[in-house]
Design a protein around this ligand. Structure first.
Ligand SMILES: *[C@@H]1O[C@H](CO)[C@@H](O)[C@H](O)[C@H]1NC(C)=O
Ligand SMILES: *[C@@H]1O[C@H](CO)[C@@H](O)[C@H](O)[C@H]1NC(C)=O
Length: 415
């Protein structure tokens, strides 16, 4: 129903002026414990008749995060109970949580600084990048790698304090509804540019940093203006459907596991690998860095996982053991500040096993010592409604862990 409603309003055009509301939509965390449970949840997911899956069913033991509209709530709970599928009601009304999340636009007349006590807009982030490029032109430059389907710049920042050419690429904001990863990435930019933290300073001297906080600017803007839960980009894919899930559009085992071939689905993977201008633009930019690339980190919400290549296989490939070691230690460092626990592993072992992801493509294409994806906070209590008071803590702990990745990778001589 959610999708159909969307399609109708898109056709009538009303959606451009109206914000879709989610009054009394409830968020559940469902725990499938047997194959039948997974099968039933997959049927619901594929039926696509009103439930909105933030984290679709994958395997036994892996939780599912799903939103039910008020008119489906009773029926949904009954269906779960009948099959003895355990679930928890996480939020009674996600609209309230979204209302508390509203992005506060920085006042134009005040300073051009960014703040990490809130989510950020594209405009404020890009404006701040320009400000950094003006005030710190010795180490910072702004990089625009292309335009989105709707013509928005896909802009990042390059930070280099030294002369070394070894490069890290960090990216986020592939998922429209994910407001967290762009904000976390600007925090990392701030730390690297300020350089008051000794490790951050060393990191900005030892490596070139290329950081792209909003790979899907159209989707991001659409979630701020109209449909808070929009995931995909905004390219029309058929006469009545819009958008491709960019996180599954990369050329690594594309379409093998996870994702949908149905254009209306929120996890539609596109007509082929790199069918979308947004993924293509970033891929082309990374090609330009090529053999100088030593680290790639993809950030998105949510799940508290560090995913290491490859999603399609549980056979250790490339430097899997080393990356697992680095990842586990770094996630240990992440937990120190606030006790946030991450699990490290291949997507197949610790998450959904979806193929076509950026970190897999980068690993396969360039084999840098480090390539991984963060699924940031949380594990389904709030999901995309994560309250603003968790934004700064997420930034801080993620920064700690990125520094730890470098430290641990150097320690075992892979960096
Ligand atoms: C949400 O639920 C409350 C309590 O049942 C009800 O009073 C309210 O009218 C509902 N709001 C909407 C917009 O449906
Ligand atoms: C987009 O990027 C180009 C090249 O960096 C720049 O000249 C232009 O002003 C940007 N457009 C907007 C709307 O920011």
């Amino acid at each position: 129903m959610f999708t159909k409603l969307l399609v109708l309003s898109l056709l009538s055009g009303s959606i451009l002026s109206d914000k879709v509301r989610y009054d009394n939509y409830t968020l559940y965390k469902v725990q499938p414990e047997r194959e039948e449970h997974v099968a039933f949840l997959k049927d619901l997911f594929e039926a696509d008749d009103g439930l909105d899956f933030w984290k679709p069913p994958s395997v036994v033991g892996e939780y599912v995060s799903v939103v039910a509209p008020p008119e489906m709530r009773a029926e949904f709970e009954l269906a779960l109970n009948k099959r003895s599928i355990s679930s928890e009601l996480m939020l009674e009304n996600i609209q309230e949580a979204f209302d508390a999340q509203v992005v506060s636009r920085r006042k134009r007349e005040s300073s051009r600084e960014l703040f990490w006590t809130n989510y950020q807009t594209i405009e404020d982030i890009y404006d701040w990048f320009n400000y950094l490029a003006e005030t710190r032109s010795d180490i910072v430059s702004v990089v625009t790698i292309g335009q989105s389907y709707e013509g928005r710049n896909i802009t990042g920042i390059k930070i280099a304090r030294g002369t070394g050419k070894k490069a890290f690429v960090l990216e986020g904001g592939q998922v429209g509804a994910d407001w967290l990863s762009p904000t976390v990435l600007t925090y990392l930019v701030d730390q690297l540019v300020k350089g008051t933290d000794a490790e951050a300073r060393a990191a900005s001297e030892d490596f070139e940093w290329h950081i792209f906080p909003i790979v899907n600017p159209d989707g991001h803007q659409f979630t701020q203006d109209s449909v808070r839960l929009w995931v995909k980009n905004r390219r029309p894919t058929t006469r009545t459907t819009i958008g491709v899930d960019l996180t599954k559009n990369w050329n690594s085992q594309w379409g093998i596991i996870g994702g949908s071939f149905t254009p209306a689905a929120s996890n539609y993977i596109g007509l082929g690998p790199f069918s979308e201008v947004e993924t293509r633009s970033l891929a082309r930019y990374i090609e330009g860095i090529g053999p100088n690339l030593v680290g790639f980190l993809s950030l998105r919400s949510f799940g508290q996982r560090l995913l290491v290549p490859f999603a399609h296989s549980s056979v250790p490939m490339y430097n899997y053991q080393d990356v697992l070691t680095v990842g586990r230690r770094a996630m240990g460092s992440l937990s120190v500040r606030y006790g946030t626990l991450y699990i490290t592993g291949t997507s197949r072992l610790v998450h959904s096993g979806n193929t076509g992801a950026a970190e897999d493509w980068v690993k396969h294409r360039f084999n840098p010592p480090i390539s991984a994806a963060y699924l940031l906070r949380d594990t389904g209590s709030w999901g995309y409604t994560l309250p603003v008071n968790q934004v700064l803590p997420t930034c801080e702990e993620t920064f700690d862990s990125v520094m730890a990745i470098i430290r641990e990778a150097k320690f075992i001589n892979i960096l």
